[in-house]
Design a protein around this ligand. Sequence first.
Ligand SMILES: Nc1ncnc2c1ncn2[C@@H]1O[C@H](COP(=O)(O)OP(=O)(O)O)[C@@H](O)[C@H]1O
Ligand SMILES: CC(C)(COP(=O)(O)O)[C@@H](O)C(=O)NCCC(=O)O
Length: 412
Amino acid sequence: MDLRHNEIEGNSEPTQSLGQTSHLALDIGGSLIKVVYFSISRDNCIDREQESSANDTLGFSNGNCKHPILQGRLHFAKFETSKINDCLEFISSKKLHLGGFQHHENPGKNKNFIKATGGGAYKFTELFKENLGIDLDKEDEMDCLVAGANFLLKAVHHEAYTYIDGQKEFVQIDQNDLYPYLLVNIGSGVSMIKVDGDGKFERVSGTNVGGGTFWGLGRLLTKCKSFDELLELSHQGNNRVIDMLVGDIYGGMDYSKIGLLSTTIASSFGKAVSDNKELEDYKPEDVARSLLRMISNNIGQISYLNALRFGLKRIFFGGFFIRGQPYTMDTISVAVHFWSKGEAKAMFLQHEGFLGALGAYVSYAKHSIDDLVCNQSMQLPVSASYTADPNYNPLNGDFNDNESIQCSVYAA
Ligand SMILES: Nc1ncnc2c1ncn2[C@@H]1O[C@H](COP(=O)(O)OP(=O)(O)O)[C@@H](O)[C@H]1O
Ligand SMILES: CC(C)(COP(=O)(O)O)[C@@H](O)C(=O)NCCC(=O)O
């Protein structure tokens, strides 16, 4: 299934007004390739020369102003890593790879590169070279996850939100009170990163029971052909058909002495032990629901324990496993709330799956201008405004269906 996101209305084609003005960064993960690219929505470079002559910088070889602030949008797309050729075709068809950077020291050598992170940036280096003629300039995955999260939490107005008991509430983050926090990225696997500042972090834990586990086990147990089909099934299922509840063990009663309600799951998939049924005797939707609950609950608990280790009160969950799905977020939120006795708070991110790709994108900015002959720097603004489709509700759909961030790119 083509995961290509629908092009946002309006001028989403990269324009050529100042030479190639589309920038591209990739996060090639175990399950999904995430693509972030910038394109000018209109050619209104505001020349910063009037603002400050402090910068002695390269002029634009074919632009009409030397220090433009380019108004544009950050676009997001994702592809299954197993269908990497779809991603190559997408990049090629939009000429996104042509807006790249050339190394200053070899101007004669057309050595185009784009920023990439994730394990696939190593695994698919040759494929990108052969198909698009570009080098993948690799950035560390953890660096990018943290840089992407910090950028979003500082730059995007409605980025972080809580979701519990069916209620979604955006959280305004005070930039002076952002750190420390725990970042839990639920991808194929799960990384748990204590973040103390820009570029100051430590990966403190992780688990191999992650998004790939849900997708892999779910596919085997339900015969689903796609992740979306598995997710849809889990919406319809009833986990109590298969999960053994406290009440199933205590004759319908709570085990109140240790604070367990009769409806609390005592043992995931525990009923399958005694029901004397085979897999095909269970509805696939009930299996999918129990699996989603088990994995989400497990991640929520491990996350809380790591937050407890370091006295962290805020846990931000990212990664495409979440997909803004109410049941997933509610399960994680309830787990964190229950185990922390309300001390810790689970929060989610609008751009949950694009943390790494955004981190790779902003890493262009760390190159000094001496290293690059570039069409524009990657200095992203602190105050990108989030331009959402008015009909978009993250609780119903996938973030990157028709979403983008309105932003400006400052030329150094
Ligand atoms: N369309 C999809 N196809 C496959 N997996 C998906 C899809 N949407 C969400 N997922 C979930 O997201 C996980 C991958 O999340 P992601 O953050 O991209 O991690 P990675 O970097 O390992 O690919 C998958 O393991 C799966 O659980
Ligand atoms: C190896 C990874 C960082 C790769 O990231 P991903 O592609 O899963 O987003 C991640 O899969 C992971 O942290 N796995 C868990 C390893 C552990 O048990 O800590």
